[in-house]
Design a binder for this molecule. Structure first.
Ligand code: SF4
Length: 373
């Protein structure tokens, strides 16, 4: 048994430092309305000052020693009708990715068990398609996957393209913890990346997810050819949501041969770090997820990202179609830097959406086994 403590009481904790961050760090920074210019000012702060401020905010809203370990499985690969210009799974581009059908239940459960045994507490399943239209039997199988993985005591996330409110409700009833639907970039730059679905359609899916009581995972990709202003625009857009998303993934584009962005330069490290630190300050209680491209970073570079507020990684054998750092490497790295994995449902806002009451004694067994009401 452990005592489950909400994050809110920790907001007033003072820091053992003589330097006062320019942004007041208290409950007011939580989900406050940000003007886009203010976020730009934060983003433009000299980098080490920015990291320092982000680290301060991080320490007031999160346990800085904890990193959430997530494993992502592609449950339906390739053949997607969308034209996302970074994606090897679009049927519009000649890429090395081969299309396949939706996988059966058992391989998914085996992968989830393996992920759990290796310390991952969130299992994410991704399907390459526009939406679930005409996929009734496939959706039923996915609902069963969600039920089974949730029954293992793991947080379970899916990314299945656009969702209707009713589909979101069914996923919630099956026990889905979180739904990933990235905005990818700023509203202005978005049409240069994707033309087959609009920014507002993306926001509609996110609204359906949030209204169903599912935690929202929505972030972006760096290295699409966007400007600093676009990266600020993405963070601003997310900050305007009625609730900040529980999770904000920051992906570094891995250019894939055959896609329109195959020749893009990999995003500079200082840009990645600046974006993470800015997101941490603007979205103080959100989990900032260091996602695709992490395996290209040296260990001290990753550690600096954790210092600046990143507190989740994808770990395991593969991240959809890009390589992933394996569990053993990640565990060894975390041990060297004094980091530990989060428990399932450790994030207070996610726990609340699961029907757990923060600040009450919740037995581990309850957290591991209960299915949300
Ligand atoms: S990112 Fe998703 S929706 Fe876009 S082409 Fe790839 S699989 Fe399809």
């Amino acid at each position: 048994m452990y005592r489950y403590v909400a994050r809110a009481p920790r907001l007033g904790r003072t820091l053992a430092t003589h330097a006062a961050p320019a942004i007041p760090i208290n409950a007011e920074t939580r989900n406050r309305a940000w003007a886009r210019e203010e976020i730009q000012d934060v983003y433009d702060t000299p980098l080490l000052d920015l990291v320092f401020r982000a680290a301060a905010v991080h320490r007031q809203h999160h346990d800085p020693r904890k990193i959430q370990l997530c494993t992502l499985m592609n449950i339906k690969t390739g053949g997607c009708s969308e034209d996302c210009s970074y994606c090897s799974q679009s049927s519009r581009y000649a890429t090395p990715t081969t299309a396949s059908r939706l996988v059966e239940l058992e391989p998914v459960l085996a992968a989830a068990r393996k992920a759990k045994e290796n310390g991952s507490t969130r299992f994410c399943m991704g399907a390459a398609w526009r939406d679930l239209a005409g996929r009734k039997r496939g959706f039923e199988r996915i609902l069963e996957m969600v039920r089974e993985v949730r029954g293992m005591g793991m947080e379970v996330c899916t990314t299945l393209g656009m969702l209707s409110p009713d589909q979101a409700r069914q996923l919630k009833e099956a026990g889905l913890t979180a739904y990933n639907h990235n905005l990818d970039t700023s509203r202005e730059f978005y049409p240069q990346v994707i033309t087959t679905r609009s920014y507002d359609e993306r926001l509609d899916t996110i609204t359906a997810v949030r209204d169903a009581g599912i935690s929202v995972c929505s972030g972006g990709i760096l290295g699409l050819g966007e400007s600093d202003e676009d990266r600020v625009g993405l963070i601003w857009e997310v900050s305007q949501m009625p609730e900040h998303p529980e999770s904000f993934p920051v992906n570094a584009l891995v250019p894939i041969p055959g896609t329109p962005l195959e020749g893009n330069e990999v995003v500079k490290y200082h840009v990645l770090l600046r974006t993470i630190a800015t997101a941490r300050i603007v979205l103080p209680s959100t989990i900032i997820r260091l996602a695709a491209g992490r395996n290209t970073l040296a260990e001290p570079e990753q550690a600096m990202c954790f210092m600046a507020g990143a507190n989740a990684v994808f770990t395991g054998e593969q991240m959809l179609t890009t390589p992933c750092s394996p569990w053993d490497e990640d565990k060894a790295m975390m041990s060297r830097w004094g980091l530990a994995g989060m428990r399932s449902f450790e994030q207070a806002s996610v726990a609340r959406k699961e029907g757990f009451t923060p600040e009450v004694d919740v037995p581990d067994a309850t957290l591991q086994a209960s299915v949300p009401k």
